[in-house]
Each structure stands twice: as C-alpha cells, then as structure tokens.
Design a binder for this molecule. Structure first.
Ligand code: FPP
Length: 243
C-alpha cells in the first residue's frame, strides 16, 4: 500500500484519463503500433492498481471511442484482441482487489466475443465495493447524451416521468455513470489539449491536466505529480474562492 500523502479532502474522488500517445511511443522506438498499445495496457494496469491503493473512488479510462472504428482494420483488431486478453487475464484479479468494472458506452453494439466478455466482467464484479473502474469502450459523449435522452423519452411515454420532472438529476441518473460523482480531474497524456467527446456532462467543472508524456511512459511518479498538482488547485465551481 502506498503512503497517502495528499489530504483526503484534496484527493479527487473521480479521475478520468484519456490515454493518448501509444502510437507515437511505438514510432519513436521503430516498433509496430500494436506494441505501443500493448505497452499502454501495462501502464493502464499500474494506474488501476495505484488508484485502488490510494482510495480513489472512480477511475474512468478512455479505451476506445466511437470514432476509433475508423482506424485500420488491423489496428482495430489489435485493440479488440487486447481487450479480450485484458478481460481474460485481469477480471479475477480485479475482483479479488474489490474493484467493480463498469462499461461506459454502447456495449450492445460491440462485436462478439468482446460484448460477452465485457458483460461478464461487469456481472462478475458487480458486488465489489472498492474502486469503481469505468472503461469507456465504444464510447462517445454525445452518443451517451443521446442514449440518456432516449431513456427519458421512453419513461415519459410510459407515463413514469413528466416533462417538468426532467431535472439535472434525472438526466445524471440516465447517464452511463449513474450513481457516481462528477469527474474532478481529467488527465490527457501526450500533450494534446482536447476533450475528444469524453464525459462532456460529467467533466463540466473538472480540473484539466495535459502532461507532455506519452501514455506508456505515464507511471506512478507521474500520477502522483498529477495528484499533487490537483491538490494545490483552488476549485470554485463558479462560486468564490474557499481560500
Ligand atoms: C491512443 O493512442 C490510445 C488509444 C486509441 C487506445 C487506448 C488504449 C489502451 C491504452 C490500451 C487498450 C486497452 C484496452 C483494454 C482496449 P494513439 O494510438 O491515438 O496514439 P497516437 O496518437 O500517438 O497515434
């Protein structure tokens, strides 16, 4: 267990990470992109473990966006293969470490056998009460909002919801992150400074960090530095400084 040096009230409850730069990491080394993604999975495993040890409540990882289907068939195949491998290798481990897995995104439109593997991972860990690990897979923020609107419409049409009962809270509960706190900290590696359709509702007041490091090189030290930077920030949520 690491020593927790950040004051608990200064720790983010929900950390969201855009794991960017696997391709550039591989290119720099003259390796195929597939090996960059494989190294990315290793970095991801270490950050999951550390988040769990540090008592972060929710960790959301952007693993595959709705736009990523546009990549070459070969690269999509590599990512889908890594996903299956990860499920096969890690789910029991995560279960033992009290981690609950949730998928953000349209699981129903994932290909087989990935859809079944993801559903099994969610079901297997549904009773776990430690770190809530969100994998955004086949995820797009606008698509999530569309699906939420569709759910509310269905409730309205069945008579369970009236138009004036549509509040921020009912919308929040119709999102893929229902029941979880808003994102406090977004980290996007590789120096790109964009949100790329990641959790647009949940990150409305999040602190943003764009470290200039490629994802496979993002280790525990870099994570700690990000948490230190977050702890030093003055969050106002549109109000006045608490300091
Ligand atoms: C961005 O790097 C990364 C991705 C598109 C995928 C993120 C995925 C992983 C870290 C591993 C896969 C894990 C699972 C479980 C599927 P990039 O390819 O856009 O890098 P580049 O911008 O340098 O080309």
């Amino acid at each position: 267990m690491p020593e927790i040096w950040v004051k608990p009230e200064r720790m983010p409850r929900h950390v969201a990470i855009i794991m960017d730069g696997n391709g550039r990491w591989a290119k720099k080394r003259g390796l195929p992109r597939a090996l960059g993604h494989r190294a990315g999975v290793e970095a991801m495993r270490a950050i999951i473990r550390e988040s769990s040890d540090l008592g972060v409540e929710v960790l959301s990882l952007y693993a595959f966006s709705t736009e990523n289907w546009k990549r070459s068939t070969e690269e999509v195949g590599v990512l889908m293969g890594l996903l299956l491998e990860f499920c096969g290798r890690e789910v029991e481990n995560l279960y033992r470490n009290n981690v609950r897995i949730r998928i953000l995104g349209d699981v129903e439109r994932m290909p087989e056998p990935q859809r079944t593997a993801l559903k099994n991972a969610m079901e297997r860990t549904a009773s776990r009460t430690g770190l809530q690990l969100n994998f955004a897979i086949n995820y797009g923020g606008r698509d999530e909002l569309r699906r939420a609107a569709q759910k509310l419409c269905e409730q309205a049409l069945s008579g369970a919801l009236r138009a004036e009962e549509v509040t921020e809270e009912t919308l929040r509960q119709a999102l893929d992150t229902a029941g979880q706190p808003d994102v406090d900290l977004v980290i996007r590696t590789s120096g790109e400074e964009r949100m790329s359709n990641f959790l647009p509702f949940q990150t409305a007041y999040a602190e943003l960090q764009f470290p200039k490091i490629l994802w496979p090189d993002f280790g525990i030290n870099e994570y700690h530095a990000a948490l230190d930077d977050f702890a030093a920030r003055d969050r106002r949520f549109g109000g006045r400084s608490e300091k």
